[in-house]
Design a protein around this ligand. Structure first.
Ligand SMILES: [Zn+2]
Length: 390
């Protein structure tokens, strides 16, 4: 079923002649300008199909990508992550450069952090782990649950979380399975369950709700991080939801925020990006046009018309491509677009309680064993690009 691609590179056998550079994708760089800068044929871009060109517009500024160069400084291969599970792989095939989308090799690590609070949870998490993404995720999830300002020195904090690594480095979004703060002899828990945060009773805690950005006729393409297309024999991702609607249908801001971008964005055509609530961003693609006078930096209100459905960029029919990013990582908008918070009930609640019992045990163990503060090691790149998967 899942086709597994072997990425065992030739250079491993000629390793002495080649070297790997790790670089940060610059702001404003597009896939096309990248090709031009590196003397790679532009045909790589123009022969991509429309879904691949959309994905090429998903390269995030600041993402770390790897370049393999020959001894005489000629570029041989490139690996650029797209979303959380796939990457663009530029390589030579029969003396021609091609681009192939392949799965990212990820290691998943599980961690438990147990510390006493000295400053604030945020600062203490940071000084114990040096991990900003973790500290931010904690702050995001615990917002409003416990008055974090009223904590006393010596109150306890336990986090059970998962960390993905790509090539030895922290990669992608962070999921904190459980956060627990013990203060005034009371344990306060927050659980991550099915893409949302819940309290111990199964009440959803999401503080950030998005409304539907458009009146649509149907969802023409759902969100997917990684899917093998058996007919095309290609890996695919669709980092947003496509809402089919007729040209000219008003597109509304899904939440309050500030306009980050208005203009053309590769395969997405006319695009608007809006920043919300410190770590969330929404993207509206393939627009026919923008609301009059809309410009970057402008504040918008939830439900405000910002543009109109169109068919611009690479689009096979009028629709809105709606993307949602959390700390710059694409997530499924369906998990956040809703009218109200939900509470689990019935069998789902039972399953949730079972699941959280295991995590609560882990938290208790961590409190008893007084785990020394966990410090994240700084990894070095010790091997070039990806090795193979069988
Ligand atoms: Zn789309």
């Amino acid at each position: 079923m899942a086709k597994i691609i072997t990425l065992l590179f030739l250079f491993l056998s000629f390793a002495s002649a080649s070297y790997v550079e790790e670089l940060k994708w610059p702001k404003g760089e597009t896939f096309l300008t990248f090709l031009v800068k590196n003397n790679l044929p532009q045909s790589i871009y123009y022969t991509l199909d429309k879904e691949e060109q959309e994905l090429a517009a998903e390269i995030v500024a600041g993402v770390k990508y790897q370049v393999l160069k020959s001894e005489d400084n000629q570029l041989e291969q490139v690996l650029i992550p797209i979303g959380e599970e796939l990457q663009m792989h530029i390589k030579k095939k029969d003396d021609k450069f091609i681009m192939e989308i392949t799965p990212i090799m990820l290691q998943n690590e599980k961690h438990v952090l147990a510390i006493e609070i000295h400053n604030s949870p945020y600062v203490d998490i940071l000084s114990a782990t040096n991990n900003y993404i973790l500290a931010n995720e904690f702050a995001q999830s615990f917002k409003g649950e416990v008055n974090l300002r009223n904590l006393q020195k010596g109150d306890k904090l336990v986090l059970v979380y998962q960390q993905k690594r790509r090539l030895g480095r922290q990669f992608g979004s962070m999921k904190i399975d459980v956060s627990m703060i013990e203060t005034a002899k009371k344990k306060n828990y927050i659980f991550y369950y099915k893409e949302n945060y819940y309290d111990i009773k199964g009440q959803e805690l999401t503080s950030f709700l998005l409304s539907n950005p458009v009146n649509y006729t149907r969802i023409s393409s759902p969100f997917t991080q990684n899917r093998w297309h058996p007919i095309l024999q290609k890996y695919r991702a669709h980092l947003g939801i496509d809402y089919a609607a007729s040209v000219g249908t008003p597109v509304k801001a899904a939440g309050n925020g500030k306009v980050l971008f208005v203009g053309e964005k590769g395969g997405y055509g006319n695009t608007i990006e809006i920043n919300h609530d410190s770590s969330f961003k929404t993207l509206y693609g393939h627009l026919n046009g923008f609301a009059k006078g809309l410009r970057g930096g402008q504040g918008v209100k939830q439900g405000q018309v910002i543009g109109y459905v169109g068919n611009t960029g690479l689009s096979s029919g009028p629709h809105l491509h709606f993307g949602l990013y959390r700390s710059n990582v694409a997530i499924n908008p369906a998990s956040v677009v809703k009218i109200a918070k939900s509470a689990l009930g019935g069998n789902e609640l039972k399953a949730f309680i079972d699941y959280t019992m295991g995590l609560r045990k882990k938290v208790d163990n961590a409190l008893e064993t007084e785990t020394p503060p966990f410090r994240e090691e700084l990894f070095n790149l010790s091997y070039p690009l990806e090795k193979s998967q069988s």
